[in-house]
Write a protein that binds this ligand. Structure first.
Ligand code: AMP
Ligand code: ZN
Length: 461
């Protein structure tokens, strides 16, 4: 069965052919741990998890590395602005190492709550300073750098090409140079590899450059090389990594050994909120905890993400979250109904569902289509344990933890379901008196009632 992935490097959907037949080696750019992850960040790790699960479903073993950026790097990818860790340390009156430990822990808890399958290797930058030092020394020896008093820069003009992913060249970058171009750099696309630490800089290490610290892009190249070698299969990140961070990773690897490290580069698009950007100033930046306080369990957010392909932006609204909540409840309910069913389903029918599901996930992780197959199984009027088993199998990719779902949790009693049905009909017929009567009845029986595009949403209070 062939898998197709969209490769940012070639801008094409390609057949996936790993270097080793049985094992896929991949690297994912992980979080900078200076604050809680917001739900946009978490979309990036849900994508990473989706990819892991699809590869496993296809029978591959995985060797997957994700870094934790716990060395401060600057607010902008292009070596400008303030150091993120230092800024957080000042904000919270802690030292940057305490900040990193605290937010790394919070991040790992978040990904566990989302049932994200953890990469085999989670590598902290601060534990790999020596690896980065060895890596950068070789780039220096190979003649790809220049130094100022306080910085070792990568000289991108030494490369045959810079801009493999975004398809830009150094000349084009020069033409687009901003007015505040760093005077110390020879070319606009040059970037810092190693930086001498100012007196008040806390995160610094003794190295060939005195008390100093590595540039941000270096950790991914060096740790990727340490664990996966100079050529591996897949590299993932967010679309924001394409123009600078991943170009610079490729540049470093070219300077180190003359190879583009990964064969397939996959990037997840951004989550938008109400059609726009998330930001603290707009007061629309949510964490998993914020969602929990509004009554959405983490798996609802996971379910919400299946409504779009990872390469498309997705728009977060609370209406869409309500719909995802209802959908998850229906899926669980359908799963339980099949688990109690005694009817027979032919092997052909099962095989047909399996083929359609596999075709969808192997088509560049087309989760909306995969979910339509899941709904066909859920809604099959014949209730059968074979279909329950099939949903469990699909759940290896969905990660909705169906196997641990207990009947008692939230399946509504038949009487309540009948009332909901009656109310939806009344609303369709614009019979507001009847609709209000049923709403009051539901409330008197101890349920909260909310209206949505999908109809009446009811929950036990
Ligand atoms: P950071 O911790 O800032 O390095 O970001 C962690 C990950 O979140 C990166 O892979 C980013 O590409 C990704 N990311 C940041 N904002 C969003 C967003 N709104 N939607 C999806 N991914 C995002
Ligand atoms: Zn990275």
């Amino acid at each position: 069965m062939s898998i197709k992935f969209f490769n940012t490097l070639t801008r094409k959907k390609e057949d996936f052919k790993p270097i080793n037949e049985k094992e896929v080696r991949m690297y994912s750019c992980g979080p900078t741990v200076y604050y809680f992850a917001h739900i946009g960040n978490l979309r990036a790790y849900l994508f990473m998890d989706n990819l892991r699960r699809v590869l496993k479903y296809n029978g591959y073993n995985l060797k997957h590395v994700m870094n934790i950026t716990d060395v401060g790097h600057l607010v902008s990818d292009a070596d400008e602005g303030e150091d993120k860790m230092m800024k957080a340390a000042r904000r919270e009156n802690k030292n940057p190492f305490e900040i990193a430990n605290f937010y790394m822990d919070a991040f790992l808890k978040d990904i566990d709550k989302l049932n994200i399958d953890r990469p085999e290797i989670i590598a902290r930058a601060t534990e790999h300073i020596d690896v980065m030092e060895q890596y950068v020394k070789k780039i220096i020896d190979n003649g790809y750098t220049y130094q100022t008093e306080d910085t070792v820069y990568f000289d991108t003009s030494k490369l045959k090409k810079y801009g493999y992913l975004s398809n830009r060249n150094v000349e084009e970058q020069k033409a687009g140079a901003r007015v505040d171009f760093d005077e110390n750099k020879k070319n606009i696309s040059d970037f810092a590899l190693w930086i001498k630490a100012p007196e008040n800089h806390i995160m610094k290490w003794d190295s060939f450059f005195g008390k100093s610290y590595p540039g941000w892009h270096l950790e991914c190249s060096a740790m990727g090389y340490k664990y996966l070698g100079d050529e591996f299969d897949i590299h993932t990140g967010g679309v924001d990594h394409i123009p600078i961070h991943h170009e610079n990773e490729i540049a470093q690897a070219m300077g180190f050994c003359g190879k583009i490290p990964a064969h397939y580069w996959m990037h997840v698009e951004f989550l938008q909120i109400n059609g726009g950007k998330m930001s603290k100033s707009l007061n629309n930046l949510y964490t998993l905890e914020d969602l929990a306080q509004k009554g959405y369990e983490p798996l609802v957010y996971r379910m919400f993400n299946f409504t779009s392909n990872y390469r498309a932006q997705i728009n977060f609204t609370f209406e869409a979250m309500d719909a995802a909540k209802t959908a998850l409840a229906r899926l669980r309910d359908g799963y339980l109904k099949h688990s109690e069913g005694e009817e027979d389903i032919s092997d052909d029918e099962i095989r047909d569902y399996e083929t359609r599901f596999l075709d969808a996930i192997n088509d560049d992780l087309n989760m909306p289509v995969a979910m339509s197959v899941v709904w066909d199984v859920v809604k099959n009027p014949k209730k059968s344990k074979k279909l329950q088993q099939l949903l469990l199998k699909f759940d290896e990719v969905l990660g909705l933890d169906l196997k641990n779902y207990q009947k008692t949790e939230s399946v509504l009693p038949d009487e309540i379901q009948e009332l909901i049905k009656g109310r939806n009909e009344a609303r369709q017929n614009r019979d507001w008196v009847e609709s209000d009567r049923i709403r009051d009845l539901l409330i008197s029986k101890g349920y909260s009632v909310k209206d949505s595009k999908e109809g009446t949403l009811v929950e036990k209070i």
